[in-house]
Design a protein around this ligand. Sequence first.
Ligand SMILES: NC(=O)c1ccc[n+]([C@@H]2O[C@H](COP(=O)([O-])OP(=O)(O)OC[C@H]3O[C@@H](n4cnc5c(N)ncnc54)[C@H](OP(=O)(O)O)[C@@H]3O)[C@@H](O)[C@H]2O)c1
Length: 255
Amino acid sequence: MKQYVLITGASAGLGEEFAYQLAKQGFPLLLVARRFDRLEQVQKNIKGLYPDLEVRCCSADLSETAGLQAVSDYIDKESLSLVGLINNAGLGQRGLFSDSELSRQMQLLQVNISALVALTHLCIPLLSGQKNSFIINVASTAAFQAGPNLAVYYASKAFVLSFSEALHEELKGQGIRVSTLCPGATKTEFAQVADMSDSLVYKMRVMDKQPVVSYALANLNKAVVIPGIVNKFGAWTAQLAPRTVARKIAYLIQK
Ligand SMILES: NC(=O)c1ccc[n+]([C@@H]2O[C@H](COP(=O)([O-])OP(=O)(O)OC[C@H]3O[C@@H](n4cnc5c(N)ncnc54)[C@H](OP(=O)(O)O)[C@@H]3O)[C@@H](O)[C@H]2O)c1
């Protein structure tokens, strides 16, 4: 039976790159995001390279219960067997929390946290007992300190890191490897969507998405995966520095 990897947020950025690199390794894929045309383009690109590989697309808005249900129904209806889950879909929104639209912040929490928890819960029984099964939850170096001017996003990624580290221990007994990918600034559509393209952090060193994804896939056994020496150093100093200093630096680079 074919064993699929489910990738959320596969229509762009890191999710799209996960699709290409996993296709190269021969994994059948289930691609999830809202923009179906973009998913179909990724599918077409992969089929151009690997015509025999199964690549399926499921359009779903993960900020809505109906979207989560659509993914669940798709897996059920097609009786898909899974070997991997990559909870990658996510978004940020720069600006002062008091000035922000609550609906946007709630949408962020639904996608970055609720959907990730719900899909993990849905997929654990499918991954359990499969040889070499894995979950990658995409957090961020934002997970290591508070982030004024991007407060909800930083807090959401702290949740993802804490939750995934706990599951790393809990699911060892079921043979499921759980890792948390913590990228720093990376060239994708993220900065544009989050209204951050002119922020200091995206004007400084920004990684390409290829090495971020290949590093994640090479480190499925590790609980916390931080690609790039600069990001590793940043995460390490954020944990060692007094919290008041760490959050002030985050504020500075987010302006
Ligand atoms: N790029 C960075 O600098 C950076 C740094 C640290 C962490 N990250 C994390 O990396 C992950 C991937 O982000 P990226 O950089 O690749 O950003 P991106 O290029 O903007 O891609 C985001 C993906 O998430 C999907 N998505 C957003 N809202 C969705 C929704 N409501 N329902 C379903 N899918 C949704 C988008 O698809 P649709 O719009 O088609 O739905 C898209 O495929 C995120 O979790 C992000 O927080 C990124």
